[in-house]
Design a protein around this ligand. Structure first.
Ligand code: ADP
Ligand code: MG
Length: 615
């Protein structure tokens, strides 16, 4: 057989490698920003057009490159950051693979200008699809400017695969945040289509966080600090009351490199245990410094996971440190690590008023009424009161526990019951319902039993209601007595502007959206005033989390998010009228079988199946 194996030409190899390094414009932004940081820049400008599809440019005032280095920097495995394998264990730089520039140049038009401090003239270089088009001497400022144009111009399939400009911009913004948070000492500018999105001066860490996420963030932060042999931990956590239903403001940095670590995330969440609702996530900005030789970041060019030698100790230290901070700033009732956890108030009972025990008296008792001898009557009385005490305990035992607890006011009780306006004729009808485990509603149908998931049913009802108000344009809005001013970070404001139109169709009335402030004078009827901020946060973060990449329409996504946020949850007590109304509303829906998220809403158990069990 003839030989068939060939070495791939360089430009093909580069294109293949590029697939690993560059997934989307944000990957280019990450590589270029990191190179600028590695070059000791004091000021970095990021200039982006059309979500990075047309242009991504990073201009720095770092050390620059000589003419030879400028040319070499685009070769694969060309790096100034390591010389031998041992260097991998003492890394202080972001880059070390020497792959980024070669990969980017394989799939885009790249223009570089660079000048080192000691030289008078710089070098200008143009490369497209790994081919050097021109190299010239030029006059340029100190530092380096790299412009990446028409990403994936030679791989149409990849280019078509890119999402909308908005989505790509959001990914870019995420990368920008990560670099900006890790390097508060570096001045950063970020422009998109000519608009300045961020202008971050050189500041201390806390200021940097606030400058990125808005003034509202300042009051949320609690400092964290600990030094141990395994690691130095610094940074901030957000107070438990600001925990959000969606992820977003969770940042881990190890030796100033952003990483994702579900394991360490768990350690932080564990420290918050009992202080936040189970389905919420605390915000944190945590900076770990460890000996570079104790970690392995060499897993994948773009992956943000890293391996720690001593992960278990790190987990324990992190958890204790965060707990300690929560305690120290008296945001947590737990000050003593040894304390019996059984004594801590569970979240659901936090801030609840103690309910007064009710003593029932025998209203019919008449002390002057003597039926036979006075002696007898006294004995009877005694017996009766003793029985009365017994009765008080009966309620607390066994099956009736649920009822005894219903005297405790739950935070969500008033709103959830008010959500359903029971049709009077329905409550008088023969339908009976029963709530089980504050989770399901049980009712009978002709053929047997029907068990409804209360949360999903309500999501469906609300979802269809919101959809109607958007599509039929029969917007109903509840006017606020006093307009509410809420502040948001810049990226959040831009999302609000993006979705302002459909939001107003849903009933949100925005008087003004200016700077970081949003003035709201009306909201959809179902939104309690106290929750407007939470609801908007949720809408924004779902939007940012890229639910909108799913291909659904904008308004559909908003309706889903609103329905999810406002629907009753498992654990909420519904009175009888609310249960009936919910069942009624559900079966008035166009689709009553599945929730807006495609989960089954109810199950039926046919009578014949029940009969079979009794054979
Ligand atoms: P790596 O960062 O892994 O070394 P890159 O392909 O990102 O690989 O960069 C290759 C080399 O080009 C770097 O090692 C560095 O010497 C040089 N370089 C890249 N960007 C800059 C910059 N902005 N300023 C100075 N030198 C740079
Ligand atoms: Mg690099």
């Amino acid at each position: 057989m003839a030989d068939i194996i060939q070495l791939l030409p360089d430009h093909v190899a580069n294109q293949i490698a590029a697939g690993e390094v560059v997934q989307r414009p944000a990957s280019v932004v990450k590589e270029l920003l990191e190179n600028a940081i590695d070059a000791n820049a004091g000021c970095i400008k990021l200039i982006v057009k059309d979500g990075g599809k047309t242009l991504i440019q990073v201009v720095d005032d770092g050390i620059g490159m000589s003419t030879t280095d400028a040319r070499l920097s685009f070769e694969r495995h060309a790096t100034s950051k390591i010389r031998n394998a041992e260097d991998l264990f003492s890394l202080n730089t972001k880059g070390f693979r020497g792959e980024a520039l070669a990969s980017i140049a394989a799939i885009a038009h790249v223009e570089m200008q660079t000048r080192p401090h000691e030289e008078e003239l710089g070098t200008a270089l143009k490369i497209a699809g790994s081919k050097v088009l021109s190299q010239e001497v030029c006059s340029s400022p100190e530092g380096t400017s790299i412009a990446v144009k028409n990403l994936f111009f030679n791989i149409p399939a990849r280019r078509n695969f890119l999402k909308s400009d908005q989505v790509e911009l959001r990914h870019i913004t995420d990368e920008f945040h990560r670099v900006a948070l890790a390097h508060p000492g570096v001045q950063l500018h970020f422009y998109h289509n000519g608009n300045e999105l961020f202008n971050l001066p050189k500041v201390k860490q806390r200021r940097r966080i606030v400058n990125i996420f808005g003034v509202r963030m300042d009051e949320k932060l609690v400092p964290v600090e600990e030094e141990t042999q395994v690691a130095r931990i610094g940074g901030y956590i957000c107070k438990p009351q600001f925990a959000k239903k969606s992820r977003g403001e969770q940042f881990f940095f190890v030796n100033n490199r952003f990483i994702k670590s579900p394991y360490l995330h768990h350690a932080v969440v564990a420290a918050f245990e009992g202080l936040i609702k189970p389905d919420t996530f605390p915000g944190y900005f945590l900076f770990l410094e460890v000996d570079p030789s104790s970690i392995d970041i060499n897993i994948h060019p773009t992956k943000t996971e890293i391996k720690f030698n001593d992960e278990h100790s790190l987990y324990a230290i992190l958890r204790a440190t965060v707990k300690h901070s929560l305690g120290q700033f008296s945001v947590s009732p737990v000050l003593d690590f040894e304390r019996d956890q059984n004594l801590d108030t569970p979240y659901a009972f936090k801030d609840k008023q103690a309910s007064q025990p009710r003593v029932s008296v025998d209203a019919g008792f008449n002390p002057f009424k003597t039926d036979s001898s006075s002696f007898q009557s006294a004995a009877f009385r005694e017996k009766k009161s003793a029985k009365g005490w017994e009765n008080m305990y009966v309620g607390l035992e066994s099956g009736q526990k649920e009822q005894a607890f219903s005297s405790v006011q739950f935070e969500s009780d008033p709103s959830s019951t008010a959500l359903f306006e029971a049709d009077t004729d329905l409550s008088e009808s023969a339908v009976t319902t029963l709530q089980i485990r504050r989770k399901y509603i049980l009712t009978t149908i002709k053929s047997g039993l029907l068990i409804i998931d209360q949360g999903r049913a309500h999501q469906r009802v609300l979802y269809e209601r919101f959809l109607r108000s958007i599509t039929v344009k029969e917007t109903v809005s509840q006017q606020l007595l006093f307009p509410l001013v809420l502040s948001f970070s810049k990226p959040e404001i831009s999302v609000i502007n993006e979705i302002r139109e459909p939001l107003s169709q849903l009933g949100f009335i925005f008087d003004t959206v200016e700077g970081e402030d949003v003035r709201i004078s009306g909201v959809p009827p179902m939104v309690p005033e106290s929750e407007i901020g939470i609801v908007l946060d949720q809408l924004i973060s779902d939007w940012q989390d890229g639910i909108n990449e799913s291909g659904f329409s904008q308004s559909d996504i908003l309706c889903k998010t609103l329905a999810k946020t406002l629907a009753v949850k498992t654990g909420e007590l519904l009175d009888n009228n609310s249960q009936l109304a919910l069942v009624n509303d559900l079966f008035g829906c166009k689709e009553s079988k599945v929730s807006p998220f495609n989960k089954p809403i109810f199950v039926t158990i046919p009578e014949s199946d029940i009969d079979k069990k009794f054979i």
